[in-house]
Design a protein around this ligand. Structure first.
Ligand code: ADP
Ligand code: GLC
Length: 488
């Protein structure tokens, strides 16, 4: 079984959030199961080609109504997975970040999807490798199941290819694409009643949901939540027409990459047997490194996050302010960047509580590892969370997550209950108000201070939880078989 992942983000080449973590680790897990999984992504300018031994493969002309684009394909093998990179002036090759603004990104990802088909055809001619299943991700590549459907009419190779789309985030859809689709000569979707009736023929994610053989999302809970208007962001109605083909598969993480026992990026390595003493050193290094008082008994609350509404910053920031005001014995370290208003509020919190709160505004993996390995509590009070990777990394590093009970957070974090023995890997709440975060933080910090045994047992349980891809990768294989079987 040959599977080609197509994605805007792939770790370590281009990462904004968890999409990169998933496409950077699931193909490797699939290869271990005997699937020939490969990846196609844009060749962004900031990717260091020498560092990753990325080599030129071939070029071709892509004829479009607006003119001819020259497309170049590059490749490397990373961690055993073949990765292909697509460059085409003026859409890819000049940028300094993965995404910029909507009006710029929209035609870029349409171009990427358009160029993917001839790129795959040429790969087949040059390397003799053709996919059995195309696995596309999020709105950026949502057009592909439709383009493949069209291409089947002209090129018989595509007639036996199954398609799968994974929804990593229902809120980002690539809507109002009509003008560009028309300008770029892409046929209309007017023969798809489901899209036409709902006015969704110009919405790239909706197109993917309408045309893909199989739809997955990244946790079982989120697969249910998005069937309702409050989390379906206008696509719940369309999605409900496809329930037989919708599956929620929990994300895993790369447990070799995220391993406190071997991670060279943390002060002292530790595992679920040795974390009691050794985590202390990581915590001390984190505190000292950012100018907080070094104290083993002070709970350190950490965050590593995109700073956007989804992540519950409007709940977290007032709550952290309250906790810092009422307790002299709590510390906060936040790493993140995103919406300017949240960047500003995070910075202000750290300025107002100078010796007890510290903020890094920006994207920095090294700092992220110091926070995961050094904090006691990891705060992630998301309004919605398709899966969430941060809370799984935190648990693996022995930091207990404090989360809102939604999506993948609900599926991965077991709420502590002091009446139940051997229970809990973190703390959770439901109410979308800062007050709920304040109360849950108070409860967690009380447990940390007054019940260290229960805390350590939770840490051990969290660290021993299996977050690997092994189970979920098998579920994907079953669905690839189903997608392929639709096109005998
Ligand atoms: P999302 O994809 O919605 O942003 P996830 O929890 O699925 O949320 O994934 C976030 C990933 O990005 C994690 O690997 C996290 O460590 C990383 N990350 C987020 N913000 C930063 C940052 N500012 N610096 C470094 N890593 C970050
Ligand atoms: C999206 C979601 C996040 C998920 C990630 C990977 O970025 O916001 O919850 O973990 O995709 O699937």
């Amino acid at each position: 079984m040959n599977v080609l992942f197509v994605s805007a983000e792939v770790d370590p080449f281009a990462k904004v959030g968890g999409l990169a973590d998933v496409v950077g680790s699931l193909p490797k897990a699939l290869r271990n199961l005997g699937i020939d999984a490969r990846v196609l992504m844009p060749c962004y300018r900031f990717i260091n080609q020498d560092h990753y031994n990325i080599e030129y493969l071939f070029s071709f002309d892509l004829e479009r109504p607006v003119g001819t684009s020259v497309v170049d394909l590059y490749h490397t093998v990373y961690d055993g997975v073949p990765i292909y990179f697509l460059r085409g002036w003026p859409f890819f090759g000049e940028e300094s970040s993965v995404y910029s603004e909507w009006a710029f990104d929209m035609p870029r990802y349409i171009f990427f999807s358009q160029a993917t088909l001839p790129a795959v055809e040429m790969l087949s001619e040059r390397l003799g490798w053709f996919p059995d299943v195309m696995h596309v991700n999020d709105w950026h590549t949502g057009l592909l199941p439709f383009l493949i459907d069209e291409r089947r009419k002209e090129d018989s190779r595509w007639q036996s290819v199954g398609t799968m789309i994974t929804i990593h985030n229902m809120a980002y859809q690539g809507e109002y694409a009509g003008g560009w689709l028309w300008e770029l000569g892409i046929p209309s979707r007017d023969n798809h009643d489901g899209l036409v009736a709902r006015g969704l023929t110009d919405n790239l994610l909706a197109i993917g949901l309408a045309y893909a053989d199989i739809i997955t999302t990244v946790s079982p809970r989120y697969a249910i939540e998005i069937q309702y208007p409050y989390m379906g962001y206008g696509l719940d109605d369309l999605l409900r027409t496809r329930l037989d083909d919708l599956h929620g598969i929990l994300n895993g993480i790369d447990v070799e990459l995220w391993n406190p026992e071997t991670d060279p990026g943390i002060a002292v390595n530790y595992n679920a047997d040795s974390f009691r003493d050794k985590r202390i050193f990581n915590k001390r290094q984190l505190q000292a490194g950012v100018g907080l008082k070094v104290s083993d008994t002070t709970p350190v609350i950490g965050m590593v996050s995109r700073l956007v509404w989804q992540k519950g910053l409007d709940l977290a920031l007032p709550a952290l302010r309250r906790i810092l005001e009422e307790s002299g014995d709590a510390q906060v370290v936040i790493l993140g960047s995103g919406a300017p208003e949240y960047d500003e509020q995070v910075w202000r919190l750290s300025a107002d509580f100078r010796w007890r709160a510290h903020a890094f505004i920006g994207y920095n993996e090294a700092v992220g590892k110091r926070i995961y390995s050094g904090c006691d509590l990891f705060l992630m009070p998301s309004h919605y969370e398709p899966c969430g990777v941060g809370q799984m990394i935190a648990m693996r590093y022995g930091a207990l997550p404090l989360v809102r009970e939604t999506g993948g957070l609900a599926d991965t974090v077991q709420n502590y209950d002091n009446d139940l023995a051997d229970h809990g890997t973190g703390f959770s709440f439901q109410w979308q108000e800062p007050e709920a975060v304040v109360n849950t933080l108070r409860w967690a910090m009380t447990t940390f201070r007054n019940n260290p045994d229960a805390w350590q047992r939770m840490q051990e349980r969290a660290m021993r939880t299996d977050f690997s891809w092994s189970k979920s990768a098998r579920e994907y294989v079953t669905l690839y078989d189903q997608a392929k079987a639709r096109h005998p």
